[in-house]
Write a protein that binds this ligand. Structure first.
Ligand SMILES: [Zn+2]
Length: 199
C-alpha cells in the first residue's frame, strides 16, 4: 500500500473513504446497465468496486414491519428485472440492472444510515452457488473507527487500533450472539460489513 497516500499516523488516522476505494478496487466484476425508455439510450458501466453502498436503495424499505437485512438488499439489488437507485435520464429515474460475472472472494457493504440488519451468512449464485459469511464489521462514531472481526471458527473479536493497538478482545461466538446487537459497538454504529467466501 502507498504510504504517501495512507500514512501510518497513530491517533490521527487516514481518510477511510479513500482507503476503502483503494482496498475494494476490483476489475471485471460485472456491469451495471441502465436503459432509458424515453430517449432509448443504453449505458453500460463496469463494476469496479467490491464495496456496495446500501444507502443508495430506498424502495425496499416500503414494508416497515419487516426488519430488512443485507440479504434482502442484495437480492433486490441484483434482481434481473433491475432496480431504481438514482440514475436519471430524460427527467426520470431510470431502472438499472446489475449483473455480476463472477462471485468475488469478499464483499463489503456500506450500511451506515441504511437501517439494514446484518446476517451471519448469505448465498450468491452467479455461475455456481457460493456462501459468504460475515467476517468483519467496522464501526464509526466520534470521528474514530473501531472494528469487530470474525474468525473461521466464528469467534468474534473487538479491536480499537487507537486504544488497544494490535491486541484484540474476544467477545464471544457469532452463533451465540444477537445479530442485532452487532449493529452497535461501545457507542458506535456499524458502517461497513465484510463478507467472505467460505473456502
Ligand atoms: Zn433518456
Amino acid at each position: 500500500m502507498d504510504r504517501h497516500r495512507f500514512p501510518l499516523r497513530r491517533g490521527e488516522g487516514t481518510s477511510v473513504a479513500e482507503l476503502c476505494d483503494e482496498l475494494f478496487k476490483a476489475q471485471d466484476l460485472g456491469t451495471v446497465t441502465s436503459d432509458c425508455h424515453i430517449c432509448g439510450s443504453s449505458k453500460d458501466v463496469p463494476i469496479e468496486t467490491l464495496l456496495f453502498n446500501c444507502y443508495a436503495q430506498a424502495e425496499i424499505h416500503a414494508d416497515e414491519t419487516l426488519r430488512l437485512t443485507i440479504k434482502h438488499w442484495l437480492s433486490s439489488y441484483l434482481a434481473p428485472s433491475g432496480v431504481y437507485h438514482g440514475v436519471w435520464c430524460c427527467g426520470q429515474n431510470v431502472q438499472t440492472i446489475t449483473a455480476l460475472r463472477k462471485t468475488p472472494r469478499f464483499f463489503a457493504f456500506s450500511i451506515a444510515r441504511s437501517n439494514l440488519a446484518l446476517t451471519r451468512s448469505l448465498t450468491l449464485t452467479v455461475s455456481k452457488k457460493r456462501r459468504l459469511t460475515l467476517r468483519g464489521i467496522v464501526y464509526f462514531g466520534e470521528f474514530h473507527f473501531t472494528c469487530r472481526f470474525i474468525t473461521k471458527s466464528r469467534d468474534v473479536y473487538f479491536n480499537d487500533g487507537a486504544q488497544t493497538g494490535r491486541q484484540c478482545i474476544l467477545e464471544g461466538n457469532l452463533d451465540n450472539m444477537d445479530i442485532y446487537n452487532l449493529l452497535t459497538c461501545r457507542g458506535k454504529s456499524a458502517s461497513l460489513a465484510l463478507y467472505m467466501q467460505s473456502l
